[in-house]
Design a protein around this ligand. Structure first.
Ligand SMILES: [Zn+2]
Length: 314
């Protein structure tokens, strides 16, 4: 890896990221989840816990912020949305590190060896890194929700538009700069494909720890169903720039409790600091505003509607 490449491995999610002179204020929290005890209490947890969300955080005039609640009935089927295509070279996997907010598996993005294309994307986007968001328990943790359903975790595969921009850092700040594939994790069976990653996590327990991690093709973490929703949004961490084409896979993948427990054993804190477990590292929901969520699939009719349609047809 050349020095030039190394420079591209700057943290996307690092706390204290200043980027360009964006004035940031806390966006209005949107009460779009049902108000039960967990939904109300979780919202303030990450704000209280993590310095990333202390101080002013907002994009003045921001109208395309993420994450959002995906309302299935309001999403619009787009017949031209083909399945996305990932071509990842596991040799481009470099290392894993704890940036104090999540753990990132980073890829050498100096070439087009690992890219996503198709779907809503006009050209290939290079894989930069992937990371997760998760909760303190299994009742919450995902950033996006589907009809207000919250999942215990969410995986983000972050790519940048190498046709339009020279570097990842440039793409972060610009229109159509990034494409993020989001995948929900639900509690279920042990996920063997995730286990190589889970096994390495104790070595990056502390903030700023980094360890070599090679030969991992994250396409093994994609659900088998290719259906997805897509919308225009933002990064969910500072600089919160509205440069992201989100591709949210409809079907979750499964993970078991013990694997999520290892996620939760990571720390926000560095060696020598008072230990704080890395949990609830997600941003609250943001308003949809004047946006449409498109789907690559036709929404299934509910049984009651099916019967009505059947009667009318008969
Ligand atoms: Zn993320």
């Amino acid at each position: 890896m050349t020095l030039g490449c190394r420079k591209l491995l700057l943290p996307l999610l690092a706390p204290g990221w200043t980027g360009r002179a964006l004035r940031l204020r806390t966006p209005g929290a949107v009460p779009s989840r049902a108000c039960n005890i967990s939904a109300c209490s979780y919202k303030l947890r990450n704000v209280e816990l993590h310095p990333l969300w202390k101080g002013p955080l907002d994009i003045p005039g921001g109208s395309r912020q993420s994450p959002i609640n995906i309302r299935v009935r309001d999403s619009v089927f787009h017949p031209n949305l083909a399945p996305i295509s990932t071509q990842y070279d596991p040799n481009t996997c470099i290392h894993i590190w704890n940036n104090g907010y999540s753990f990132l598996v980073e890829y050498d993005d100096c070439t087009d060896k690992s890219v996503v294309s198709g779907g809503p994307l006009e050209n290939p986007y290079r894989l930069k890194q992937f990371h997760f968001h998760w909760g303190a328990n299994n009742d919450w943790g995902s950033e996006h929700t589907v009809d207000s359903k919250v999942f215990p975790a969410e995986l983000h595969l972050v790519h940048w538009n190498c046709s339009k921009y020279q570097t990842f850092e440039e793409a972060v700040m610009e229109e159509n700069g990034l494409a993020v594939i989001g995948i929900f994790l639900k509690l279920g069976r042990h996920n063997q494909k995730l286990q190589k990653l889970v096994d390495i996590l104790p070595s990056v327990r502390y903030k700023d720890s980094l360890t070599e991690f090679n030969y991992f093709d994250p396409s093994c973490l994609l659900p088998t169903c290719s259906d997805y929703w897509t919308y225009s949004g933002s990064l969910t961490t500072p600089p919160l720039t509205e440069s992201v084409t989100w591709i949210m896979m409809k079907r979750p993948i499964e993970v078991d409790h013990s694997q999520l427990a290892v996620f939760r054993s990571l720390l926000y804190t560095a060696v020598g600091e008072e230990e704080k477990n890395m949990v609830d590292n997600f941003r609250p929901l943001q308003p949809l505003m004047n946006r449409t969520v498109h789907s690559s699939f036709k929404p299934a009719l509910k049984m009651s509607e099916f019967k009505k349609a059947d009667v009318q047809a008969g």
